[in-house]
Design a protein around this ligand. Structure first.
Ligand SMILES: Nc1ncnc2c1ncn2[C@@H]1O[C@H](COP(=O)(O)OP(=O)(O)OP(=O)(O)O)[C@@H](O)[C@H]1O
Ligand SMILES: [Mg+2]
Length: 299
């Protein structure tokens, strides 16, 4: 089973607005709600690929009820801890000529709820995969990922991680199966200006030396690089197409990688790239049909 963790999920309220004038009443042309959060994105794309997963994290209030319903409708098993107080966030995304986003802070997570979250992870067993993705909300201890992985370290679990800076480097000692920094995150970790493929390979190798088994570096429209656990280097150019909304491309790539790694790493990079592109080329996340259509372009 694959478990994804989203500590601070959100309903993303996306409004298409022509122009915004501050201090005036502005009108939106259309609105859509997406069920957001990096772990949930991974689960959603896995579901499109026919792979079951469970989404862990915290929800609260009526927005939390809606989020749980939405996640279930995606074909993902919700395993959220329900908080007694507060509201699951609604993030407002205003699409105009220039996009503006207002991200809410989200509910407080108390010690009882955190304990309940850890208790639920006790059912994660040998051979399962745990996906940890995204930042840690203020109301949780900053070392929550490390605490989680320490608690799981008595089992043979595959860890997939997509996080920035020390959140990522602090967990390398747990030998994650795959990590997926984008090129900017990779540069920031080493304080380096990475400008070419050789640089990407060089710094990916450092992360592998630090403990990661597979290092997948995404480079947006410039494609992706994989340094696999056997030391093999694979570059793949991005699929050609018109990007509409690239948010979640990285999460989609991670889902595709996990699905594809069942076969081999070349295939994992191919399927990851197709899922990333399918998300980039659509308003929401990759659908099964989009992924299949894009994969046909590669043969
Ligand atoms: N414009 C694009 N055209 C084609 N493929 C793309 C495009 N943008 C992203 N992709 C595919 O998706 C992968 C992941 O994208 P990207 O590097 O933007 O991830 P990211 O920065 O982690 O995104 P996020 O954190 O928003 O999920 C890329 O390596 C590429 O294969
Ligand atoms: Mg990312």
């Amino acid at each position: 089973m694959i478990y994804t963790v989203t500590f601070n999920p959100a309903l993303d309220y996306v409004m298409q607005v022509g122009n915004i004038t501050a201090g005036r009443v502005n009108r939106s042309r259309s609105e859509t709600i997406f069920y957001g959060g990096k772990g949930i994105n991974v689960s959603a794309v896995l579901a499109q690929l026919g792979i079951p997963s469970a989404a862990l994290g915290f929800i609260a209030g009526f927005t939390g009820d809606e989020l749980e319903k939405g996640v279930r409708a995606m074909g993902v098993e919700p395993g959220f801890v329900r908080l007694k107080n507060g509201l699951t966030r609604i993030n407002v995304k205003l699409h105009t000529s220039e996009d503006t986003e207002i991200n809410a802070s989200g509910p407080d997570i108390d010690d009882d709820a955190l304990e309940e979250f850890f208790r639920r992870t006790d059912s994660i067993a040998d051979g399962d995969t745990v996906v940890i993705a995204g930042s840690v909300p203020k109301s949780l201890p900053a070392d929550i990922y490390v605490r989680l992985l320490e608690r799981l370290s008595d089992r043979k679990i595959r860890i997939a991680a997509d996080a920035e800076g020390e959140l990522l480097t602090n967990i390398l000692r747990f030998r994650p199966f795959v990590i997926k920094p984008n090129i900017h995150e990779l540069s920031a970790i080493f304080g380096a200006g990475i400008t070419d493929n050789e640089g990407v390979r060089h710094y990916a190798a450092k992360l592998r030396e630090m403990g990661a088994r597979n290092v997948l570096v995404s480079m947006g429209g410039d494609g992706a690089f994989l340094l696999d656990e056997n030391g093999g280097s694979h570059f793949r150019a991005a699929f050609a197409g018109v990007p509409k909304n690239t948010v979640g491309s990285g999460d989609s790539m991670l889902a595709g990688f996990l699905a594809g790694a069942e076969k081999d790493y070349e295939h994992a990079l191919l399927l990851g790239s197709a899922c990333g592109a399918a998300t980039a080329f659509s308003e929401g996340l990759a659908s099964r049909g989009d992924i299949e259509r894009i994969l046909k372009m590669s043969v």
